[in-house]
Design a protein around this ligand. Structure first.
Ligand code: DX5
Ligand code: ZN
Length: 220
């Protein structure tokens, strides 16, 4: 079954704890937290303080997506705040392998993200060292953008390499951006199993229904 990871970015920030409780009770699997620094991406969101504040309020897996420059400098802060997984962008890491080791040394799941124009090949050398590849299906920075169909080929290539390298069940493919009914089917058919969804879950009143519809649309 697909893992549904609602993205906090689309929640009401005036009542964050209630928003998180709502999706947790509604059947979410993970909570996706988008950290932006205004440099790597043209938007600013929040830092470890928000992760720390939410940690005692939820038992969901806290999936921190760092869209920041020099992410290696902030791994400890996010893990100390309560992150269960930390994902860094390959485009932001001069020493990607070392950064992955830094994350894993803290005992949390390590993810590597690829922007839409970044080739899948960039992550292949470290596939066996990580828990998750995040294929961005929009250009990172904002919620509510349209899904980019050319990312499907990248998902399929990664799925194939994961199989070839004997990593099935060890490395998950996550997608982020424009995931809703319809695109959930396309990405899961291509090989993704972790679906980040912002506006299609938090943007509607009945979040439980929205997540159930995503699950029903997913091909696994
Ligand atoms: C985009 C973020 C996403 C975003 C997705 O930069 O990484 O997590 O919240 O939002 P939707 O699902 O609305 O495209
Ligand atoms: Zn994200």
């Amino acid at each position: 079954m697909a893992i549904i990871a609602p993205s906090l970015l689309a929640a009401n920030f005036a009542t964050l704890a209630e928003e998180v409780r709502d999706i947790e009770q509604g059947g979410a699997d993970w909570l996706h937290l988008d950290v932006m620094d205004g440099k790597f991406v043209p938007n600013i969101t929040f830092g470890p303080l928000v992760v720390e504040a939410l940690r005692p309020r939820t038992s969901l897996f806290m999936d921190v997506h760092l869209m920041i420059e020099k992410p290696e400098a902030y791994v400890d802060a996010f893990v100390d705040a309560g992150a269960d997984g930390v994902t860094v962008h390959v485009e932001a890491c001069a020493h990607l392998h070392r950064t992955i080791q830094t994350i894993k040394a803290r005992g949390v799941k390590a993810g590597v993200a690829l922007n839409p124009a970044t080739p899948a090949e960039w992550v292949r050398p470290v596939l066996a060292d990580i828990d998750l590849v995040l294929v961005m299906t929009v250009n990172p920075g904002f919620g509510g953008q349209a899904f980019i169909p050319s990312t499907l080929k990248k998902i399929a290539a990664l799925r194939e390499w994961i199989r070839e390298d004997g990593l099935d069940g060890r490395v998950a493919i996550q997608v982020d951006g424009g995931i809703a009914q319809g695109t959930a089917r396309l990405v899961t058919e291509a090989g993704a199993s972790v679906l980040v969804a912002g506006s299609s879950v938090f943007g509607v009143r009945d979040r439980a229904k929205a997540m159930a519809e995503l699950r029903a649309d997913a091909a696994l």
